[in-house]
Design a protein around this ligand. Structure first.
Ligand code: GDP
Ligand code: IMO
Ligand code: MG
Length: 425
């Protein structure tokens, strides 16, 4: 059995949570491999809506195992909030969820550092989610991090050493916290550590490889998106983990030759939240219209998402880096009423036409070259099969498949689990 990977091809919020939930019944387990509570994955079914941050999107199906892998960073306080809300709504989380002992812990001082680093950057701030992601991964890479498994042995000493380091850095940044306020945060955090220890803490690489040897199948759930990858995204306006397919190998302990299908998920247009370049961004009423119709506001921070046309130069790059075998197109219904739809097929940089995603995508250097396609002007949200799709929408799919040289096997026409159409291969 192989491991399939589902990941975002744009700047996040492509609809990963929704599709992981839809695909989960085909797998024995679902696993998160990177990121942390910077993610907000939305699922809708039976009239209810859930937003998951650290917990995989496979928990609502039929008892599949859900794994938080070693590549994930966890904030115990946010994890507890998320888990308790799910338990209150009837999910028997302890039965299905297992957490890697190697997952790194986000400390209260990591969040303070995230805010202080952003403030120090001034106008060139990243626009992070403020969840302490960057400082936690920095500690991991500089070999100073705390792992969930560390809570089982000599934890107070390790915690105190990490905290002392953080406080000296915060003092340097003129952001030393009030001692009483920090003590209150720490108390809540330590209580949450005890809570998290009531879950099954595992050596996830062993559990996962044993499952594979037994012929079981696993779906890996990406967070963020390829253009936020720390190596291949629009650096430095990225997150601090490898969001690309290779991240599933390092974030779960899966050998590359075990990877099977790679599902690349994208919106029929493009969005971005936070700072950083976005070549096809629309600053006009069309951008505002996409935002309104697509409810493009952050699931975690409530921030307005920046909106623009689909960018095929960036998508081709993301397909290449990830080895995407199947594409999943989301939110096509948002464009149901548009007269015309544009797709960026190249960039013009200093008068030269470029089709290969360049080193820098700073907006002022790039003019997108667009192809204009006719809209389909049809409400698709209640359609049941691809045979009902209007001709112009079928043509749009054909155009994208030809450009991207990869089949679009699933089309999503609304936020609900049921509004998902599989195409014949
Ligand atoms: P994720 O982070 O990739 O899981 O995506 P988010 O949950 O942050 O953002 C996707 C948003 O679009 C959520 O509010 C979903 O409920 C919604 N959504 C997902 N698929 C569709 C779709 O096909 N059409 C519409 N209109 N909304 C969708
Ligand atoms: P999901 O999984 C969209 C963005 C932030 C910021 C940058 C760095 O829901 O798609 P960080 O807090 O990670 O240090 O912020 O990355 N960002 C996301 N944007 N969706 C996400 O996750 C994101 N996670 C981080 O806005 O620009
Ligand atoms: Mg999201």
């Amino acid at each position: 059995m192989k491991v399939d990977v589902l990941l975002g091809l744009q700047w996040g919020d492509e609809g990963k949570g929704k599709v992981v939930d839809v695909l989960t019944p085909r797998y024995d387990a679902v696993a998160r491999f990177q990121g942390g509570p910077n993610a907000g994955h939305t699922l809708e079914f039976e009239g209810k809506k859930y937003v998951l941050r650290s917990i995989p999107s496979g928990i609502f199906q039929n008892g599949q195992t859900n794994i938080i892998g070693n590549g994930v960073v966890l904030d115990p306080v946010l994890f507890r909030e998320e888990a308790e809300a799910l338990e209150a709504s009837g999910v028997d989380l302890r039965k299905v969820l297992k957490i890697s002992k190697k997952a790194h812990l986000i400390m209260p001082t990591h969040r303070l550092l995230d805010a202080a680093n952003e403030k120090a950057k001034g106008a060139s701030k990243i626009g992070t989610t403020g969840k302490g992601i960057g400082p936690t991964y920095t500690d991991k890479i500089s070999r100073n991090g705390l792992r969930l498994g560390d809570t089982l042995h000599d934890f107070d000493r390790k915690y105190a050493a990490a905290k002392a380091r953080h406080l000296s850095r915060l003092t340097m940044l003129d952001a030393a916290p009030d001692a009483a306020a920090l003590a209150a945060l720490e108390q809540k955090w330590m209580d949450a550590i005890e809570y998290i220890k009531s879950y099954e803490l595992i050596d996830s690489e062993h559990v996962i490889n044993t499952m594979l040897r037994e012929g079981k199948s696993i779906l890996c759930e990406g967070a963020q998106g390829t253009l936020l990858d720390v190596d291949f995204g629009s650096y430095p306006f990225v997150t601090s983990s490898n969001t690309v397919c290779a991240g599933a190998c390092t974030g779960l302990g899966i050998a590359p030759n075990k990877i099977g299908e790679v599902f690349g998920i994208f919106k029929a247009y493009c969005t971005r939240v936070g700072s950083g370049p976005f070549p096809t961004e629309l600053h006009d009423e069309t951008g505002a219209r996409i935002r309104d119709l697509g409810h493009e506001y952050g699931a975690v921070t409530g921030r307005e998402r920046r909106c623009g046309w689909i960018d095929l130069v960036a998508l081709k790059y993301a397909i290449m880096i990830n080895g995407v075998t199947q594409l999943i197109m989301m939110k096509s219904d948002v464009l149901d009423d548009f007269d015309e739809i544009k797709a960026c097929v190249a960039y013009e940089i200093n008068g030269e036409r470029i089709e290969q995603f360049p080193f820098s995508v700073e907006e002022d250097e790039i003019t997108p070259v667009y192809v204009t396609l006719p809209g389909w002007k049809t409400d698709m949200t209640r359609m049941q099969s691809e045979s009902e799709f209007p001709k112009n929408f079928k043509d749009y799919i054909d155009f994208l498949e030809k450009e991207l040289e990869t089949p679009i096997t699933i089309v999503s026409i609304g936020p609900d689990r049921s509004q998902t159409i599989e195409r014949k291969k």
